[in-house]
Design a protein around this ligand. Structure first.
Ligand code: UDP
Length: 497
């Protein structure tokens, strides 16, 4: 029997960290599983100096999709939406802003879907797009939620509507660990904004968003079973979490941006050419993802710490911001109007010009991490960065800033043993230069770093195996394809009867 072609519409919420894995999922479905794929790139208004500006996005879209050679992958960039008048100016909330942007973009997406000659029968959304699931039901599409993060965080999202207010209050007020069935408890020092405090209106909004997950036909997660055996098992099999999910769970990762091999590199890239001159595993890469920023004082400490470490480095530098670690996500505010380099401590750039490079705003991270000269990564622990590091066998200094990054940092350092964790002197305070130098030394030079390198290379192999033709993640995506065909037949026979 010839399998009919399935058309899947995938919504990518604003942010490179959501767009990049979504593009990779779309590519896999189109190349390996015979799907027609339409990716809606949901667009929020941004300033030009934001990491998610149109320029960065279109570069990524071009590099990632190889558009000309993939006829069954279509990209629709939605008109930019400005939700700033709906937000509380005193309490900037990244998640709320992304969710509202998704909601405001839905009428456009719906009209696009309705006007298609071969309309999609499958809708895939990420965690910020669950408000689109009623539209999928309305249009008789089967629906999937794609978690571009790990299984542990996915478990929390699925379980969220069932956490009692009492448990949340004990967590928020008494700092008791939050218990998630079958998973590691969330320690208070790693907690998420959505877990405290439960009496705020945001709590109700998150309950509604996460409750929608349960109506989907399945859940895809950007992880693989061997990386997170307990959490994936908890979601797939655990008696409590298992009851909550309506459909199957497919761990499909690690999905990361594919990079051209070195010999196929096009054009001159100053950073990569500089790396070509450096000894193997001698350079530490520092980047805080697409939205991360640090304070002025922290930037000074980091610069001195780097110098003290005496290692070669590449540092993605942004304008410092006070009190908003995700400031570069939509609109990096240029407080003093100075060129970014001016925020670095006196003479830092000239003193380090022979050993390191400072890149402003954005660097080709996937390409850099793949380079053999890279020996360590100071990362904010966004899940894409984590996966890119693991898949290149690079141990990390885990320096979480916001969202679920503190949980990721704990998983990397305590469970997987592939990172050392930066700890500010006090909650919300700075990580001092001495600690920074020590952390870099532990990863790049010490015995501990050698052991971490061995472990991370094992996970690299296990991730590659999961994606291979006989691997668990490839098998999951194959199964999901079969389930989509089944749903499509079911829908069409329901429509006929
Ligand atoms: N990225 C990049 N260059 C930069 C900063 C980030 O290419 O200078 C890419 C990075 O490789 C990753 C994504 O942007 O694929 C960031 O996703 P992640 O989940 O790590 O963090 P987020 O930005 O979502 O916090």
């Amino acid at each position: 029997m010839v399998t009919p072609k399935i058309h899947a519409a995938i919504l990518a919420s604003p942010g490179m960290g959501h767009l990049i894995p979504t593009m990779e999922l779309g590519k896999l479905l189109a190349i390996n599983h015979g799907f027609e794929v339409t990716i809606f790139v949901i667009t929020a208004t941004t300033t030009t100096n934001s990491s998610n500006s149109d320029t960065t996005k279109s570069n990524i879209l071009q590099q990632t999709s190889n558009l000309n050679s993939l006829k069954s992958l279509n990209i629709i960039v939605t008109p930019p939406v400005d939700v700033s008048d709906k937000l509380d100016p005193n309490k900037p909330n990244l998640g709320q802003r992304i969710t509202l942007t998704m909601i405001e973009s839905l009428p456009f997406i719906r009209s696009q879907i309705l006007s298609m000659k071969f309309p999609p029968s499958v809708l895939i959304v990420d965690i910020f797009g669950t408000t689109a699931l009623p539209m999928a039901r309305d249009l008789h599409m089967s629906s999937y939620v794609f978690f571009s993060t790990n299984a542990w965080f996915t478990a929390i999202c699925i379980y969220f509507p069932f956490i009692t207010k009492e448990a949340l209050l004990r967590h928020a007020n008494n700092h008791e660990p939050l218990l998630i069935p079958g998973c590691e408890p969330v320690q208070f020092e790693d907690t998420l904004e959505i877990l405290v405090p439960p009496y705020e209106p945001i709590h109700e909004a998150v309950v509604n968003l996460t409750r929608e997950i349960l109506s989907a036909n399945g859940i895809l997660i950007n992880t693989w079973q061997n990386l997170e055996p307990a959490a994936t098992k908890a979601i797939i099999e655990h008696e409590i979490l298992g009851q909550f999910t309506n459909g199957p769970v497919y761990p499909v990762g690690p999905l990361v941006r594919n990079v051209e091999p070195e010999e196929k590199r096009e054009g001159e890239n100053l950073i990569l050419s500089w790396l070509d001159e450096q000894p193997a595993e001698s350079v530490i890469f520092l980047s805080f993802g697409s939205g991360g920023t640090i304070s002025k004082c922290q930037m000074t400490e980091l610069a001195y710490g780097l110098e003290l470490s005496k290692q070669g480095f590449i540092w993605v530098v942004r304008q410092p911001t006070e009190g908003d670690a995700s400031a570069a996500f939509f609109e990096a505010k240029d407080c003093d109007g100075l060129p970014i380099i001016n925020y670095l401590s006196d003479g830092f750039v000239s003193r380090t010009k022979d050993v390191g490079i400072c890149v402003t705003m954005w660097a080709p991270q996937a390409e850099i991490l793949k380079h053999p000269a890279i020996g360590g990564f100071v990362t904010h622990c966004g899940w894409n960065s984590v996966l890119e590091s693991i898949l290149n066998g690079v141990p990390m200094v885990a320096w979480p800033l916001y969202a679920e990054q503190k949980m990721n940092a704990t998983m990397l350092s305590k469970e997987l043993g592939v990172a050392v964790k930066a700890t500010p002197i006090e909650e919300g305070g700075v990580v001092c230069r001495k600690q920074i130098a020590e952390l870099i030394h532990r990863v790049m030079v010490d015995e501990e770093g050698i052991a971490m390198r061995v472990k991370v290379k094992d996970y690299k192999l296990s991730g590659e195996k999961a994606l291979s033709v006989c691997g668990s993640s490839h098998g999951s995506l194959y199964q999901m394809t079969k389930d989509c065909v089944f749903h499509m037949h079911q829908q069409s026979s329901e429509a006929k009867s």
